[in-house]
Design a protein around this ligand. Structure first.
Ligand SMILES: Nc1ncnc2c1ncn2[C@@H]1O[C@H](COP(=O)(O)OP(=O)(O)OP(=O)(O)O)[C@@H](O)[C@H]1O
Length: 241
């Protein structure tokens, strides 16, 4: 059983995931089993292990995008608060957790047609009750910090370059103050200068006591930001296969 202290924000207990491909005669693909670790406020834990071992699947289970086949994923937003098990949460509870407790920067931005960049970034703040003008101002400041040209703010990000879309996605995820933040390869398409900005943003979040769990293939970024590495190979359900 993973350690639980006052500062613990997230606990995974005996979590397993496999996929069944119904288009291929029900082929069963085990991915991870016995996943067990915890994450505390002020930590930056990086999931390690080779491609395909199950790192993104773990993040997607934590955020409630993938069903959890076995085990518990417990989370809470404050010291000594009640843990909620996302494996047993109703859709309404899952949405509330995403609004208030857990932020997620996915690998790719899901652009909504016709919505401007500024509004895409401001949206999670609006959902938490921040006034429109204030949310848009804060969105603009963060986009500026991420060196996105101001001429792009009023355009929908659908036609942006990979690195531009990624910076919009990062701004959207970092603008709110969720106590847990999940990052799936946020620096993959960025140049060195913007990678540095994202590392600084991660450091700043950690300093305010956010619990951060991420995937970073870039060794230099990992070395700079990680306070601990959890090697997912140890939970590979295929190791015996
Ligand atoms: N929705 C899905 N349906 C079927 N199989 C899936 C699905 N999502 C992930 N997988 C499979 O689960 C395994 C783990 O994938 P995952 O993306 O979690 O790995 P990863 O460690 O994040 O890899 P990478 O470092 O390459 O991003 C892979 O074999 C992948 O094909």
């Amino acid at each position: 059983m993973a350690d639980v202290s006052q500062k613990t924000r997230l606990v995974l207990q005996d979590v397993a995931k496999s996929f069944t491909n119904h288009l291929r005669g029900g082929i069963h693909l085990p991915v991870v089993s016995g996943v067990e670790f915890s994450l505390a406020a002020g930590e930056v834990v990086v999931l390690g292990g080779p491609s395909g071992v199950g790192k993104s699947s773990i993040l997607r289970m934590i955020v409630g995008n993938y069903g959890i086949e076995r085990g518990r994923i417990l989370m809470r937003g404050e010291d000594d608060g009640e843990f909620i098990d996302i494996a047993a949460a109703t859709p309404r509870e899952t949405l509330a957790l995403r609004c208030n407790v857990i932020g997620y920067v996915s690998q790719f931005l899901r652009a909504i047609p016709r919505v401007s960049t500024l509004d895409v970034v401001a949206e999670p703040l609006l959902a938490r009750g921040v006034a429109t003008l204030d949310a848009r101002r804060r969105a603009g400041e963060l986009l500026e910090r991420l060196n996105l040209p101001a001429a792009l703010y009023d355009l929908p990000p659908a036609t942006f370059s990979g690195g531009e879309k990624q910076r919009v996605n990062i701004a959207r995820g970092f603008l709110t103050d969720h106590p847990i933040l999940l990052l799936d390869e946020p620096t993959a398409s960025l140049d060195a200068a913007n990678r540095d900005v994202v590392c600084d943003l991660i450091d700043a979040k950690r300093d305010t006591g956010v619990a951060i769990l991420g995937i970073f293939h870039d060794e230099e970024v990992r070395g700079r930001i990680a306070t601990r590495i959890v090697d997912v190979s140890g939970f590979s359900a295929r190791k015996a296969a």
